[in-house]
Design a protein around this ligand. Structure first.
Ligand SMILES: *Cc1c(COP(=O)(O)O)cnc(C)c1O
Length: 229
């Protein structure tokens, strides 16, 4: 796929600069330091030649939502640029855990007991686990992945005590038709009461709001790479 979209007139460096200055302004408005917020560049659906300019322009943290697609693209990219950090932001099936732990540095979508157990087994066999975020279904949408808020404290406690899995953060994807601020605020509250510092929230359309509500990671795709086809 090539960048035949609205952003194609601007360079990768210009788009990164535009997003980063909006992030910095939102952080400053909220009395936060810019370095408290990590930009996760969501490169799903874009191919290696589309991603390379963003690495060359200095981005180091990327997100993908499909294990197989990432496995096709990222070994080559990581070989070119060894300090890249790759996040899985889409669902992980338990039977793909072995593939995923070898490829991803951060798993943002830990969302169920079966997956936690599969991770624990992979670790017992010697795998180095990615850093972990628990996905929370803040809107309690039946079709959406994530632990529902009522079950979150218990799930986190089991991760920590039963499986010795350290939880670095929480992640949410608000319902499309609701005010995202409500969900960002809820996620922050859930993190605080569980003593968790990482908050992955905010996408191209709402990352400034997310930063105001304490996001430590914003996941930005189309504002960087252009519209997905
Ligand atoms: C695609 C995706 C994003 C990025 O969305 P944009 O609106 O393109 O910024 C963020 N988070 C998740 C989980 C995604 O699947």
């Amino acid at each position: 796929m090539t960048n035949n979209n609205a952003n194609s007139g601007t360079s990768a460096a210009e788009r990164i600069e535009a997003v980063c200055s909006r992030m910095n302004e939102a952080a400053s408005d909220a009395g936060r330091q810019p370095q408290e917020v990590t930009l996760v560049a969501v490169s799903k659906t874009f191919d290696v030649p589309d991603i390379v300019p963003f690495i060359e322009a200095g981005l180091r943290v990327f997100g993908e939502n499909r294990v197989q697609e990432a496995a096709r693209k990222w070994p080559e990219l990581k070989e070119r640029q060894t300090d890249v950090e790759l996040h899985l932001i889409g669902p992980l099936q338990s039977n793909k855990v072995i593939d995923a732990v070898g490829l991803f540095d951060v798993l943002q979508t830990l969302d169920r007991v079966k997956l936690a157990e599969a991770l624990m087994r992979a670790r017992d066999k010697g795998a180095r686990l990615p850093r972990l975020f628990v996905q929370v279904n803040t809107g309690e949408e039946p079709q959406k992945a994530g632990v529902i808020p009522d079950e979150l404290d218990d799930f986190i406690a089991r991760c920590q005590k039963e499986w010795q899995l350290e939880i670095e953060g929480l992640m949410c994807i608000p319902p499309v038709d609701e005010e995202p601020a409500l969900h960002f605020s809820l996620l922050r509250k859930l993190a605080q009461r569980n003593g968790i510092s990482g908050l992955s929230m905010g996408m191209s359309g709402d990352f400034e709001t997310a930063i105001r509500f304490g996001a430590t990671h914003v996941r930005i795709g189309s504002a960087l790479f252009g519209t997905r086809t």
